[in-house]
Ligand binder design. Structure first.
Ligand SMILES: Nc1nc2c(c(=O)[nH]1)N[C@H]1C(S)=C(S)[C@@H](COP(=O)(O)O)O[C@H]1N2
Ligand SMILES: [Mo]
Length: 239
């Protein structure tokens, strides 16, 4: 089952048990023509976003693990297969900056390498029903946002990836101490399938909010959405 049909199955079940049961007969196969039930569920999901944001405690850390608990080998996931991974050239790579950022000069990989680094052994949970423990190292996003003169009162941090994937997070989660621009996995540079040269690693959110192979990062007040978020996945998606 692909993610969309999985979601539809879940929605169907949610509806069957909910007050909207009378609407289960509707057709889920036309996501571009959201019906009443779909709109009701999206409204519930956006209410859920606000509750999660209100409950999010920026001082609460995600669990960390011992080195012997690391999952080997790691598990690859993307909206395409492993043989479709786009290989980014590290030497010419740059991270473009956009939105409410004072210093929009793009960043090179060497500059990110020279910045302060944080290491963490944390768990990544995918909505498909699996989880892995890994060790990521990189630049704390709160440090980076301050360094580029980001407006920290803005609502969203938005990222775009080399493969067209995109996602966004709330500012409180972006400033969380464990949210990093990861450059390393197990003490070595990320490999292309796992996000070379840099990915967002945020252990307080589900796997799909951990975009790989970033090419641009910005700060906005307009909801930038995301690849799965725009297909109905809950936007906040704390884990
Ligand atoms: N650029 C990009 N980032 C992405 C994805 C993707 O398709 N493209 N998939 C997401 C999903 S759904 C998951 S679960 C994690 C998987 O990360 P991993 O391959 O390190 O396990 O990456 C996320 N980041
Ligand atoms: Mo995922």
């Amino acid at each position: 089952m692909n993610k969309l049909s999985e979601r539809r199955a879940l929605l169907g079940r949610a509806l069957a048990f909910g007050a909207l049961g009378a609407l289960t007969g509707c057709d889920y196969d036309h996501p571009h023509h959201p019906d009443l039930a779909d709109r009701a569920l999206r409204a519930m999901s956006s209410w859920n976003d606000r509750v999660q944001a209100a409950l999010f405690d920026p001082a609460t850390l995600a669990p960390t693990y011992r080195p012997d608990q690391i999952t080997r080998p790691p598990r690859f996931n993307a909206y395409y297969d492993l043989d479709q991974v786009r290989v980014v050239d590290g030497a010419s790579w740059k991270l473009d900056l956009f939105g409410a950022v004072a210093e929009k000069r793009p960043w090179r990989l060497t500059e990110l390498r020279a910045a302060p680094q944080e290491n963490q052994i944390t768990r990544l949970i995918c909505v498909e029903g699996w989880r892995v423990i890994g060790q990521w190292g990189g630049v704390p996003l709160h440090w980076f946002l301050r360094r580029i003169g980001a407006d920290l009162r803005a609502r969203y941090v938005s990222v775009r990836c080399a493969d067209g994937y995109y996602s966004s997070i709330d500012m409180a989660s972006a400033l969380h101490p464990q949210t990093i621009l990861a450059l390393d996995f197990l003490g070595r540079p990320l490999t292309p399938p796992f996000g070379f040269p840099v990915r967002l690693r945020i252990p307080t959110k589900l796997g799909f909010k951990n975009p790989k192979s970033l090419v641009a990062l910005g700060v906005t007040n307009v909801d930038p959405g995301g690849y799965w978020e725009d297909q109905g996945y809950n936007w906040f998606s704390g884990s």
